[in-house]
Design a protein around this ligand. Sequence first.
Ligand SMILES: [Zn+2]
Length: 464
Amino acid sequence: MRTLIEHGTVVGASDAYEADLLVEGEKIALVGQGLGRYLEKVDRTIDAKGKYLLPGGIDAHTHLDMPFGGTKSADDFESGTVAAACGGTTTVIDFAIQPQGGALAEGLEAWHRKAEGKAAIDYGFHLIVRDVNPQTLAEMDRLVKHEGVTSFKLFTAYPGVFLVDDAQIFRAMQKTGENGGLVCMHAENGPVIDVLTKQALEKGHVTPKWHALTRPARLEAEATNRVIALAEVAHAPVYIVHLSAAEALAEVREARDRGVEAYAETCPQYLFLSDDSYDEPGFDGAKYVMSPPLRPKGNERALWQGLRQDDLQLVSTDHCPFCMKEQKELGKSDFSKIPNGAPGLETRMSLLWDGGVRAKQIDLCRYVQLTSAAPAKLFGLYGRKGTLAPGADADIVVFDPEKRLTLSAKTLHMNVDYNPYEGRQVTGAPETVLSRGEVVVEGGRFVGKKGRGKFLRRAARQVG
Ligand SMILES: [Zn+2]
């Protein structure tokens, strides 16, 4: 199967130029001008005049089919990856979870079962480590060397559920310092947040906005500072997930300026929403209950600056949707029981285009860097994903910069009964999306097949 995509503007992380792309089978075969003249026969031609050709989006932070507080996230690997494709994302890296008292391998196995036969695009896994002990440390080596799982997530939050202490974090970091893996940190001070939560509930403060009031930015900054210090002493890189607060970003910037290998992602919700949303009438503030919480208006200016100056390296979503009905409602009389998370997988590329490139916060190449090239590089996929070069997987988004969309739960594909951006108008959306050479989205509609997505074995960092 040969597909020729003609007359587009190819955009990479470092340049943008007019060119055609020839796709042969699952790979990009040629990039050049006037390719049609040299080719005797192609099976399909796509006219991309006036469109950008982007490497497929990579969302390095999703939670599909994830158990949480007696329920599970509303998108499974089928609905979640269909929505991703419609939004211009062709790779997700999801989080497999070590069962309490179990082995990392059991968690990995469980997530393979969730994804196989369902995923419509390619996927990889990070592993959430809940218990760092001699057995898990040995398993970390095995996962990095043999299973293509090269990143691990640990938490300074959620005591009794995910929290690990500083000593465990430090041991895990020493391990990835040796084996070329990467420790990703959820950085908020969970034990102190638990005290604040308990005190708020004792005073009868039960509404959604108290979720934000009990998770102050200072406690995100403190945990960020602490895990960076641990990484520095362990001689290992560290990656901060879903960084939300300007104060936490200041810690990352300060460390990077000293030459520490600290990386961080932020998410669209922290760029485009604020804690004003918690004041929506009734129980509607629950739509925005996520951790870390939304921050005050103005905070986003620091995040944009961080994205421009490379103190923030990428934009992922932390996609973790729960329906208002029967799920968020679990916390109707107690904000601490509201499942944490919101949908974002399908809207990331358009929001960041509209509010980033069109709003002149970032340029075209930086957009590709943040949404595709950087996640590919940091998580061991570069070359295969994250670039439109010959030999790379033909994960291609034909992006229409003028297409207008009104974001709404009714028209989006995510399996959730609300959208945090309901009614927001954005300009710029995928027109056609290819995943490994196959057209999976056409005219904004999903035309691919569930189950065609493949597990991606990711590479480790070069060490030693
Ligand atoms: Zn998350």
